[in-house]
Structures are given as C-alpha cells and as structure tokens.
Design a protein. Structure first.
Length: 420
C-alpha cells in the first residue's frame, strides 16, 4: 500500500474501519473479483488514467481497486455531496488512490473536488450522473483531446449524455453501463428497492405496514421500490406520466393516480423519476405528517423552495429528518434534504447487485481502451457478450445451473420453414 499525498478526505484515522468494510462488501462481489484476478495478470488498463466521479462507498472501493489492479492510475471524487462514506474515502487513500470526497461537502467543495480529478488529466472518465463529463465539456474543452472515452453509471447521466449526443456536443465515446440488463434489472430494481427502504427506516424508524406509500415514477427503480414497500405491508400508490408504465403498475396490482390525488392521503412519498418538481404545487394539499424523500439522482424532484414558502418554520428533528411547519399548522418531514435517501441515510445498494454493475464498469473501461480509434462520439451500450457473461458468472457464483440449447433447438430457432 502506498499512500498518496494529494487527497481531500474527512479523517485518515477512519481508514482501518473503511478497510474492514471494503473487505466485507467484497464477499458479495464474486464477479468483480474474477475481473480483478484477470486484470492483475493481463494489465489491460496499463497506461490509462481513470478520472472517476462515483458514490464513494465500499462497493465503489472494490471497483477502484480492480481498475488499479488492471494497470490504470485512478483518481476519484464523489458524485453526490451526501453519499460519501468517509471511512472508505480514507481507506482508498491508503490503497494509493487519491480521493476527493467528504460527506456533507457544500456545492463549492463538490465542484472543487471534481476539478481535482480533472487536474489529474484523465484519459478515461467514469461518471455517475454526468457531472464530470459535463464539467469537462463546459469548462475544460482543451483537455478533451487527452480523453479516449468514458463510461456512465446511471439513468440520469445517460439521459444527459444522449441530450449531448443529440446536440452534437458530445466529444468522446461513452458506454452507458446503465443500459446493460445486468445493471438496471438488478441494481436499479432490487438495489434501489431495498436500499431506499433501508434509508427511510434508518432515518425515521416508522412502521410501513398499513401506510399509504406513494412511489413517484415506475421505471426500474420505482418498480423495485413499490414491490419492496408492498412486501413490508404498505398500501402502495404509484404516480406516473407514461401511460404504458402506469398501465403496468395497475396490472402489477398498485393503485395509480395523480400526485394531486395522492398528496392528501399520502403518509410517505418517495420520488424516483429523474425529473424536476415532481412534488410541487400539490404540497398545498399534503397530508399532515407526511414524510417526503427522494431516491432519484438529483435533489430537484421535490420543490424544496416551495416547501419553504409554505412554511412558518423549518428545523432538524433528527438526523436526516427536517420538519417544515406550515402557516396552517400542518407539518411535513423532508428526508435527507431531498438528496438520494438510499445513499445519504443508508449505505446505497447492497454489494451483490453492485457486483454486476461494477463488473460492467470495469469491462466497459477495458472495451473502450481496446476499441481505441474505432469508436465515434456516441453513447454506446455495453456489448451483449459482456452483459451475458456477467449474468453467467453471477449464476455460477450463486451455484445456479441452467439448461443449454440442444443442436436441434438451435436449428429450430434459426429456421422459418416449419410451422403448425
Ligand atoms: N449507487 C447506488 N448504490 C451504490 C453503491 N452502494 N455504491 C456505489 N454507487 C451506488
């Protein structure tokens, strides 16, 4: 272990605790472990400088260690001001990875930390939410020539990148890791589902059974959250803007209604839409005592400014819970300042799903380097072979066997002549 000199973390004495927790997460990350073992031997990232803007968690630490094992030099900052695990940040510095991340950092520090990563002149980016890539394109265009490509972790980041591609603004290729089936079907659904409830319960310790639990958005995260909340006995209500998703939610057995209709009966509202002001003017009708939180990437899904306008007072009543007392006496409780509840008040998605997400990240970074000179300035999906291989490795690690097609079945699937 070679500790680096340049870094900005809360407290280096936390490193021992961070090391233990990183090792604990590794127990549930067998696929990433196989990638790491191969990377150690083959050094596929030798000479690459990876600039990473990710949630600094135990799972991310295992990814960063894997990238370094593959020969890359790695510098990392947080992708959200509230998601950093300070012990992990300290442990990574001891592992020789410069980290710039402190839980609770203000916006100015957040961007200073992004700039510190960019000061390391990366040749590849690894982003979660597109803040690093956006900063690079807007403030440091001269550095773009050094960059061969990047990867993006999350739905919100992919939406921003596709907008950049559409505008002709994207200046290097990016692999959208979120689009891999082994990412969004597991991380977004089971990861967000479980970790959001974890954050909600750690922050409030409320009983979920019998509560009217509103899930705003029925994408992969919303599906996971709705099913987990139902599993805890809540009466789940879904709000949507997409008619197909809304119909799916109805047939999955949930009540579907508008936010206007849901607000007066909601005991808990959690937004997972990736859009802004999803809880907005409806706040006028909100039920007294309602808990409101967000597990979407940015803290703009709940209109906190409007909540302020409606309120006579605002005070912290316990960690991650702020009470807004309206002029008419009703009280509303905002969780984790409207930031990612699952990462701010809990530890983010469990390692077992991040195992697949981060195997995708590591293999996508390798793919970008292998494809040097052949990719266009576009958003790419993870190659299907990588996605399927990750699923096969995960099944193997879980001790699950599956059937294989016989020759006759293979031929049948590729023929069109035989019918009834
Ligand atoms: N995003 C959601 N959960 C995460 C975790 N545990 N680590 C890194 N990124 C995450």
């Amino acid at each position: 272990m070679t500790q680096v000199n340049n870094y900005d973390v809360k407290d280096m004495t936390l490193a021992g605790k961070g090391r233990d927790r990183i090792a604990w997460a590794a127990l549930e990350m067998p696929v990433l472990k196989q990638v790491r073992d191969r990377f150690e031997k083959e050094q596929p990232l030798a000479g690459q400088r990876l600039g990473c803007c990710l949630h600094i968690t135990t799972e991310t630490a295992n990814l960063l260690i894997t990238l370094k094992a593959g020969g890359a030099s790695v510098v990392a900052c947080a992708s959200n001001p509230l998601s950093t695990q300070d012990d992990v940040a300290a442990a990574l510095v001891e592992y020789g990875i410069p980290v710039y991340a402190i839980k609770g950092e203000d916006n100015e520090t957040y961007y200073r930390h992004l700039d510190a990563v960019l000061d390391s002149h990366p040749t590849q980016t690894m982003d979660d939410g597109c803040d690093l890539v956006s900063r690079l394109h807007q403030d440091r265009p001269s550095q773009i020539a050094d960059i061969i490509g990047g990867t993006e972790e999350t739905t919100t980041g992919v939406i921003r990148l596709k907008a950049m591609e559409k505008d002709g603004a994207l200046r290097f290729p990016i692999v959208a890791v979120n689009e891999a089936d082994t990412k969004h079907m597991f991380d977004n659904r089971y990861g967000t589902g479980q970790s959001t409830l974890d954050g909600l319960l750690r922050a409030t310790n409320v009983l979920l059974a019998g509560k009217n639990f509103v899930v705003a958005g029925y994408g992969w995260c919303g599906r996971g959250l709705a099913s987990r909340a139902r599993g805890m006995g809540a009466q789940v209500i879904v709000t949507e803007i997409d008619p197909i998703r809304a119909l799916e939610a109805v047939m999955d057995g949930f009540r579907v209604m508008t936010m206007e209709q849901a607000a007066p009966i909601a005991d808990i509202i959690i937004t997972v839409t990736g859009n802004l002001n999803v809880v907005d003017r409806q706040l006028r009708k909100i039920k007294d005592g309602c808990l409101i939180g967000n597990s979407g990437h940015f803290n703009d899904e709940i209109n906190i400014g409007f909540l302020d306008e409606l309120s006579e007072t605002r005070r912290v009543v316990r960690e991650f819970v702020e009470e807004f007392k309206f002029f008419d006496g009703r009280k509303v409780y905002l969780l984790a300042d409207g930031r990612l509840l699952n990462l701010a008040a809990a530890e983010g998605h469990p390692a077992s799903v991040m195992d697949m997400s981060f195997a995708n990240q590591a293999l996508a970074a390798e793919w970008v380097f292998k494809k040097l000179g052949t990719l266009e300035n576009k958003v790419y999906v993870v190659p299907r072979e990588i996605d399927e291989n990750i699923a096969a490795l995960k099944l193997k690690a879980m001790g699950v066997d599956i059937d294989v097609l016989t020759d006759a079945q293979q031929a049948y699937l590729s023929s069109w002549q035989s019918g009834t």
